[in-house]
Design a protein around this ligand. Structure first.
Ligand code: GMT
Length: 377
């Protein structure tokens, strides 16, 4: 099949999923065309089947806002015509599903039919998409996609609650490519470069936006390290970086907190880690929790959104109400204080991650593609 993938090329989860999916499809022999404004950060040109088409938006003094949707839909039309792309798989509704709809209409005028698959990822529904400024356009573009998928059952229910949807929604969970998470501890994983022998290593990975509640990571860590010697790795960049930097100083834990910035190799950082903290306000799935579990890292998370579909209470970690850092710290300590308990949680996390392996999930997307194409001719 010839598949166009439209996504955000940055560090967000939707871009990561889209990129990993495209690379996996190319590995299986499909021709994959990424159409976005920058080369996706996790994109590896591992095969001749992967192509990247840059959407370029020229500055013009009249434009206060650059018309990205226009440039994107124009680029989609151009590449579909050039490469005979059959399916356009857009990740994150805003503005991709809308641009895909416009491209589809323009192509129809040229006698070309393209099928649009829209995958909803989370904030495109829960935080941004349902805002009155966007709601009508998001609802329209979901209803006019040929197929709609969500990354969790929880996000499907949120979509049905917040919008008037006339289409069936397929839940296809996010996945993990285990070839990037070796079962054995990698020789590169030098724990002692990060922490002393007696210290546990805790990690948080996010884009440090308010929805991630990174202050709760610092507060939980402050409570944990009073009882258990530990280091905290903070991976990612974002608007709350300064605020949490200040909090580490106020709580006098700055010596034990390492700010590592953005990373394209979270699998390598996770190999050091004994525990991940994900205290998000809302999370449709929590891809980073899955990535952590694939690297045998138990999860302390909130119980919102799709997190309970990924992190299993008392088995792979613990889930608490948003903001309950006392309970998060208590649960973290209960895992970290005993070597045997930690070992068991690590193994459970790994077993749970296997349910979301690429081999299990990729066939679901392929089925959707085949069905939508069969419908067309
Ligand atoms: O929240 C992020 O870090 C980015 C965001 C995105 O859309 O890029 O992530 C959303 O999509 C991920 C991949 O499907 C999910 O794992 C995240 O849970 C979801 N984020 C939220 O719902 C807040």
């Amino acid at each position: 099949m010839k598949i166009g993938i439209v996504c955000y090329p940055t560090f967000g989860g939707s871009g990561v999923v889209a990129t990993e999916l495209g690379m996996a499809l190319a590995e299986k022999g499909h021709e994959v065309h990424f159409i976005t404004y920058k080369q996706p950060v996790r994109l590896d040109f591992i095969s001749n089947n992967i192509h990247f088409h840059e959407v370029f938006v020229e500055e013009y003094p009249l434009f206060h806002f650059q018309p990205y949707e226009l440039a994107l839909s124009t680029k989609i039309v151009e590449e579909v015509e050039k490469h005979a792309i059959e399916i356009l798989h857009v990740h994150y509704a805003i503005p991709h599903a809308y641009a895909a709809y416009m491209a589809k209409q323009m192509l129809l005028e040229k006698g070309i039919e393209i099928k649009v698959v829209t995958t909803l990822h989370g904030t495109d529904i829960t935080l941004v998409g349902s805002h009155p400024n966007y709601k009508a356009a998001v609802e329209f573009s979901i209803n006019n996609s040929d197929v709609v998928t969500t990354v969790s059952e929880s996000l499907k229910q949120d979509t049905l609650r917040l919008f008037s949807i006339r289409k069936p929604i397929h839940v296809i969970y996010n996945f993990i490519d285990f070839t990037k998470y070796p079962d054995i501890v990698s020789p590169e994983c030098q724990r002692n470069a990060i922490a002393n022998e007696n210290e546990r290593i805790i990690i948080h990975i996010s884009n440090l936006r308010p929805v991630k509640r990174a202050e709760d990571v610092i507060t939980s860590f402050y409570k944990i390290q009073k009882e258990i010697p530990a280091k905290l790795l903070l991976v990612g960049e974002g608007p709350d970086r300064e605020k949490i930097g200040k909090l580490t100083k106020e709580l006098k834990v700055e010596k034990n907190v390492l700010f590592l910035g953005n990373s394209t190799e979270v699998n390598k950082l996770l190999c050091y880690s004994d525990l991940i903290i994900l205290p998000s306000e809302t999370e449709s799935f929590g891809l980073v929790a899955l990535e952590a579990m694939a690297a045998k890292t138990p999860v302390i998370s909130t119980n919102t959104g799709g997190l309970p579909e990924v992190n299993i209470q008392g088995i792979t970690g613990f889930l608490s109400n948003v903001g309950d850092t006392d309970e998060m710290a208590k649960n973290a300590i209960s895992i970290l204080k005993d070597e045997a308990v930690l070992k068991q949680f690590k193994q459970n996390a790994f077993e749970q991650a296997k349910k979301f392996s690429l081999d299990q999930i990729l066939p679901a997307y392929l089925k959707v593609y085949k069905e939508v194409l069969a419908d067309c001719c």
